[in-house]
Write a protein that binds this ligand. Structure first.
Ligand code: 5GP
Length: 343
């Protein structure tokens, strides 16, 4: 299986803050930033020690803590640079990195945040020979007004050809137990109008509201890729949802993050992971890390887990790489270039 290290990988589902490594966290804690209180530093150090199982709710507490680290433009740049470097060291050739623009009063605006990420991406591409594209995240727990504000900034930035080249799409993420995605439908329609690609975290929880949200989003054909889709093929009140057939028929690719699902407890173990079900249906999937820092993983580890889960071989890895290039938000010429490079 070590042969997989001869491949170049694509990472399609990586959240910037969740991808920050322990090394970068320790580096930033060591800079004695005056705005980081002793309590926060102690809390950060204690989360570095607990890398095993934690609930999805606990993960969202960790994300808030990680956000205190990106409290300056300089820290945002350090985190972005280090995350890209670490992916490139793991043979990732193409990275779609997603992040939620934030503002810190007196320090930076959402626009500054996005520009800092994009400028660092350009620099890191040159340093590491990797290709990086950005998805701007909408965090469903921040409310619809915040999402409209983000979209307005994205629209303005895309008037600049360089920023346009890098911002390929929108991701909808955030705590799935907060706010209904039904509230966000006008925003998703606007994303379509802007001709941006759209990846949405769907069915991370097995609740009827999660099926309702997904049903609306599919009925309007709004989504290009599904984040997790953990319970899509599961039964709710003893019945399998018709949505699974919609996804199969339309071949909407799934972004699968095995370690994340198991550590958050939304999937019991590798043997029961839904990746096997989708693979048996020959459905397009992309194996991804989600939050390589929070879950202590790498893309090559995830691909090894994939092989274990589906009892796969090198051909299965090649097929998965090929479908994930197809599922990427690159344009058709760029995709063709990637395929030639790998096969
Ligand atoms: P950031 O957007 O700050 O760069 O990355 C962290 C954010 O990504 C979290 O606050 C959360 O909104 C989102 N995120 C990371 N992992 C997950 C996940 O597994 N599920 C969902 N729904 N959102 C996630």
């Amino acid at each position: 299986m070590y042969l997989i290290f001869f491949f170049f990988f694509q990472e399609l589902h990586a959240h910037l803050s969740g991808s920050i490594s322990d090394e970068t966290i320790l580096k930033l804690l060591g800079t004695k930033d005056a705005s980081l209180s002793e309590d926060i530093i102690e809390e950060m150090k204690s989360i570095l020690k607990m890398k095993d199982k934690r609930s999805l709710e606990e993960c969202f507490k960790i994300f808030s803590l990680l956000h205190t680290l990106t409290n300056s433009i300089s820290n945002i740049k350090t985190c972005t640079y280090d995350v890209i470097k670490e992916f490139s060291e793991d043979n990732v050739w193409y990275l779609e990195l997603r992040s939620t623009p934030k503002n810190v009063i007196g320090s930076y605006t959402k626009e500054d945040y996005i520009k800092a990420v994009l400028e660092t991406v350009r620099e890191a591409e040159k340093s590491f020979g990797i290709i990086v594209r950005i998805l701007i995240s909408i965090d469903r727990s921040r409310g619809v007004e915040d999402a409209w504000d983000t979209l307005k900034i994205v629209k303005e930035l895309r008037n600049n050809v360089v920023y346009k080249k890098y911002i390929r799409g929108i991701d909808v993420s955030g705590n799935p137990s907060k706010e209904s995605l039904l509230e966000y439908l006008p925003i998703l329609r606007e994303v379509r109008e802007m001709e941006l690609k759209l990846a949405v975290h769907l069915l991370e929880l097995c609740e009827s509201v999660a099926f309702e949200e997904a049903a609306e989003i599919f009925s309007e054909g709004l989504v290009d890729r599904i984040g997790h889709g953990t319970f899509l093929n599961q039964k709710l009140s003893g019945k399998t949802s018709h949505l699974v057939n919609v996804v199969l028929e339309r071949k909407i690719p799934l972004e699968i993050c095995i370690t994340s699902n198991i550590k958050c407890g939304t999937v019991k173990d590798l043997a029961s992971h839904h990746v096997n079900w989708w693979k048996n249906k020959d459905h397009p999937i992309a194996i991804c890390t989600d939050d390589k820092g929070v879950f202590s993983t790498t893309l090559s580890d995830e691909i090894c887990l994939y092989c274990k889960a589906v009892d796969g071989d090198i051909q299965d890895v090649m097929d998965m790489i090929s479908t994930s290039i197809e599922a990427s938000f690159l344009d058709e010429n760029e995709k063709a270039g990637f395929k030639t490079a790998n096969f």
